[in-house]
Write a protein that binds this ligand. Structure first.
Ligand code: NDP
Length: 272
């Protein structure tokens, strides 16, 4: 598992390493290099998606890194366009072919209106017959989760949401905690938009850490897995060197006070 950082236990019994490498918007070349750099410094978790167009490169880089497949946790996500009836099964099979192995976790990327319930039923069936070890969702807010849980045969193993001190998602996290759904934080570094915030600088200076490490430590302390993206080897190292960053109650209170509903990407609460 991820060196010194730990893992979240999924409802399936599997462990999801608490720090994963994000590869959104990384070119194929950057992705391959980043995955290998991450592997060499102890990352055991990679987060990709059909829409990123880099599943094949992720799979190849993992195989080329010579690591035992069981030592790496790989998540992929079904593209919104592939959630329509008749498309999801073939698209997941396409992901398996591209990666060259069955991913550890397959998520519905988005609470697609009209298609999310049917799409979940297809993933449930694939999980129940043993084709997929774990299934989950992403960008599901309170209403989407309640709707799903009302009729689900399989409770999602994870919900991947945008999460940082600047967007704390307390209502969603509360439902996830009560329902046994692990939370994974995407854009945990706010895509870089708040890394120069003075509160982060103050805590980072006290901790001998960086602002990015403080954000990631906050996510871990909140009980989530964190998925920082970087294609730079120095930052890839920095983003997993978290074991000595210990936020105390005062730090956490200062970070909790930063909530500003900062949405840096798409905005799932708008989806009905
Ligand atoms: P992040 O919050 O991880 O920020 C990434 C940005 O921060 C990049 O510009 C990166 O630049 C920079 N950066 C990384 N590390 C550092 C550091 N230590 N110091 C300073 N800057 C740094 O944003 P993402 O939106 O990429 O989210 C992370 C991952 O989450 C994605 O890659 C993807 O896997 C997942 N995701 C999932 C979504 C979903 O809908 N489920 C949506 C969005 C993301 P550089 O690469 O040059 O280092």
């Amino acid at each position: 598992m991820t060196a010194g950082i730990g893992a979240l236990r999924l409802s399936t019994g599997a462990e999801m390493p608490a720090v994963g490498l994000g590869v959104f918007r990384a070119s194929p070349e950057e992705t391959g290099t980043a995955v290998k750099a991450a592997r060499s410094v102890g990352y055991c978790h990679v987060d990709t998606a059909q829409v990123y167009g880099n599943e094949a490169v992720v799979g190849l880089a993992i195989r080329e890194s010579g690591i035992d497949r069981a030592e790496v946790f790989v998540t992929t996500k079904v593209a919104p366009a592939n959630m329509a009836p008749g498309r999801i099964g073939p698209s997941v099979k396409g992901s398996i072919l591209a990666l060259g192995f069955v991913p550890d976790l397959v998520l519905l990327h988005w609470p697609q209106p009209d298609h999310r319930r049917g799409a979940w039923q297809v993933l449930e069936e694939m999980h129940l017959v043993g084709d997929l070890p774990a299934i989950g969702v992403s960008n599901f807010m309170e209403g989407h989760l309640c709707e799903l849980l009302d009729s689900a045969r399989v409770v999602p193993a994870a919900n991947q949401i945008q999460l940082s001190p600047f967007l704390q998602q307390r209502g969603v996290r509360d439902i996830c905690r009560k329902s046994g759904i692990a939370v994974a934080a995407y854009s945990p570094l706010t895509k870089g938009r708040r890394l120069d915030h003075p509160v982060l600088a103050r805590i980072a200076a006290r901790q001998g850490a960086t602002a990015a490490q403080v954000l990631l430590a906050w996510g871990l302390q909140a009980g989530a897995a964190v998925l920082p993206k970087s294609v730079r080897p120095d930052r890839i190292v920095e983003n997993i060197a978290l074991s000595s960053v210990r936020l105390d109650a005062e730090d956490v209170a200062a970070l909790d006070a930063l909530e500003e509903n900062l949405v840096t990407g798409w905005n799932p609460p708008e989806i009905v």
